[in-house]
Design a protein around this ligand. Structure first.
Ligand code: GAR
Length: 187
């Protein structure tokens, strides 16, 4: 059984979807979910689903090698960023080379970089009247949203779509593909 550790900053709907997907099979299990936000809804999900959850602050995350040791202790085969908004410190990237992946709610290299997350991305897609958007799953390197792309999927955007409509379409793609891509990387 492969071990997946998830980092999430917000609602955690992807984290829950990944957890539920692997609970049905025998490839992998989500062994822990870590968050940098005490009030994140993902913590309620962890409580309900019985997933070990950990909170950390900025100092613990960036300030020492301790965080790397904590993650190493969880023995992850893959670290998955699912709506996690802080930049990953270089010691963590080096300790888990090619073992940290992120999902971004757009077709990178479009709409990536610092400050581009969640509805801000969908807003930009709408403002530019893009006819399509999608998801990008990529390895994490020292720059926001710039690591090698593993998988992308597209969806159409209608001119009548609101930002929330676009968000819903993108989330559907995430729910459908993210667990499968993780599974593929682990087998
Ligand atoms: C997801 O759409 C994910 O792609 C995005 O945050 C959302 C989290 O939703 N990530 C980013 O924007 C990263 N730059 P969730 O908490 O419900 O899974």
């Amino acid at each position: 059984m492969k071990r997946v550790v998830i980092l999430a900053s917000g609602s955690g709907s992807n984290a829950e979807n990944i957890f539920s997907y692997f609970k049905r099979g025998s490839t992998a299990e989500v062994v822990a979910i870590l968050t940098n936000k005490k009030t994140a809804k993902v913590l309620e999900r962890c409580e309900r689903l019985g997933i070990p959850a950990y909170y950390f602050n900025r100092e613990a995350f960036s300030g020492s090698d301790n965080f790397v040791e904590v993650i190493k202790g969880l023995k992850p085969d893959l670290i998955v960023l699912a709506g996690f908004l802080w930049k990953i410190p270089i010691p963590l990237i080096n300790a888990f080379s090619n073992k940290i992946i992120n999902i971004h709610p757009a077709l990178l290299p479009k709409y990536g970089g610092k400050g581009m997350y969640g509805n801000k991305v969908h807003q930009a897609v709408k403002e530019n009247s893009d006819p399509e958007t999608g998801i990008s799953i990529h390895y994490v390197n020292e720059n926001y949203d710039e690591g090698a792309i593993i998988f992308q999927a597209k969806t159409r955007v209608e001119s009548s779509d609101s930002v929330d409509d676009i968000a819903k379409k993108v989330h559907q793609l995430e729910y459908e593909h993210f667990p499968k891509v993780i599974e593929k990387l682990l087998t």
